[in-house]
Design a protein around this ligand. Structure first.
Ligand code: PMP
Length: 408
């Protein structure tokens, strides 16, 4: 049984107050809170095992290495990766996508080649590709969004063709809550001998992910959005593609032999893990994955689907509110605006009630332009949120509306 009250007891921060009111944390798309189990793993690591990994010939180094490599196995299993050698620890989604844009893009892109993205991407799945095409002479193409917040798949079928070398798309939108048909995009990419990269920043924390079923070649995600520590995330890639790629960062640990004028590279995944990694971050992410596995990703998805639909329904009752994104098949977040209140003022007023939401362009400026707005307010839910918290959001919004109405 999925027992939210019991789950909440594992998250110490949820007990705190903000401005004298109970915290209602609805900014999970930006980062998640951490359960005791993850916090304790970090403490244990520093109190009992801390050492640099791989190169130490002593007991602590062996323990730290074993814990780090065990975390790699856990994360690989979590996304049903066929092997853990293709699982590379990074700082997060942004670094993972930059890794591919540099190490694969700079080597494989030429003038005349095309990368197909969508106009709904987060800046971290857009700017690295802008840099890659600037350096290689390739070109970016964009799958448009339909007015209902879903992708125009007819346009996608026209855009993905013989010139396409890679398709990169977010699995779940951090603004619209759209869950994109990445399997279909991967199929279209492969029909054209192109690769498929999935930005899983908003899917890996919230729904079961099976990279084999998705059919993607790269999958990127951030640990801090899935109960793990900040600064540790991952890239999974197909071994045969990673083998052919150039290194991203050079330095210690990623080499086999170093001469004064050249070097050779270490095996996967170490070829892409230069220097001292975020060891405790990766181990903490392993503990986060254990926690998610124990709850069950299907159960988490179902909880958030129900809660997201409830919040969407309650919000839609507010007069004049504009809700963004599709009506159905949504991830557990809602972006909205009120015609008479600026989203920034709204989040400030809600903060005074203890309700934490985010407002702004959410690192999706081109999408904001497409929607014809500068910003939205966004409430994003996670496995520990409740219907009472969605009610608190709606009540605080109604009061904010009254407050601004009084000054209108
Ligand atoms: N892609 C999407 C869809 C996101 O929501 C985010 C985080 N807001 C990112 C990428 C970037 O993640 P990070 O900042 O952890 O690298």
């Amino acid at each position: 049984m999925y027992d939210v009250a019991e789950i909440r007891q594992n998250f110490p921060i949820l007990d705190r107050e903000v401005h004298g009111k109970p915290l209602v944390y609805l900014d999970n798309a930006a980062t998640s809170q951490k359960p005791r189990q993850v916090i304790q793993t970090l403490t244990d690591y520093y109190e009992k095992h801390n050492a640099n990994i791989h190169r130490g010939a002593h007991r602590l180094a062996e323990e730290a290495t074993a814990a780090y490599e065990e975390a790699r196995e856990k994360v690989a299993r979590f996304i049903s990766a066929p092997d853990s050698d293709g699982l590379i620890f990074t700082r997060g989604t942004t670094e993972s996508i930059n890794l591919v844009a540099h190490a694969w893009g700079r080597k494989n892109l030429r003038e005349g080649d095309e990368i197909v993205l969508t106009e709904t991407e987060h800046h971290s799945n857009l700017v690295p590709w802008q840099l890659a095409v600037r350096d290689t002479g390739a070109r970016l193409r964009f799958i448009p969004m339909l007015d209902d917040g879903t992708l125009d798949m007819e346009a996608a079928r026209r855009l993905i063709g013989p010139k396409t070398k890679l398709v990169a798309c977010t699995h779940a939108s951090n603004v619209l809550a759209t869950i994109n048909p990445v399997e279909e995009l991967a199929r279209l990419a492969h029909e054209n001998d192109a690769l498929m990269l999935v930005d899983g920043a908003q899917s890996a924390p919230h729904m079961p992910v099976d990279v084999e079923k998705l059919g993607c070649d790269f999958f990127a995600a951030s640990g801090h959005k899935m109960l793990g520590p900040t600064g540790a995330g991952f890239l999974w890639g197909r071994i045969e593609i990673l083998e052919e790629m150039e290194p991203f960062l050079g330095g210690g640990e990623m080499i086999r032999e170093v001469h004064l004028d050249h070097s050779t590279w270490n095996d996967l995944p170490y070829k892409f893990e230069a220097g001292t990694m975020n060891i405790e971050g990766a181990i903490g992410l392993g503990a986060a994955v254990d926690y998610l596995d124990e709850l069950g990703m299907e159960n988490i998805r179902e909880h958030e689907r129900r809660l997201g639909a409830y919040a969407h329904g309650r919000l839609s009752e507010i007069e004049g509110i504009v809700l963004y994104g599709p009506e159905k098949d949504r991830a557990g977040l809602v972006s909205f605006s009120l015609p008479d209140v600026h989203p920034h003022d709204l989040s400030q007023l809600l903060d005074e009630e203890g309700v934490a939401i985010r407002s702004g362009h959410h690192c999706c400026q081109p999408l904001m332009r497409r929607l014809g707005i500068a910003a939205t307010a966004r409430a994003s839910f996670y496995l520990y949120n409740t219907e009472e918290e969605a009610d608190a959001l709606v009540a605080a919004l109604v009061r904010a509306r009254e407050f601004f109405g009084a000054f209108a």
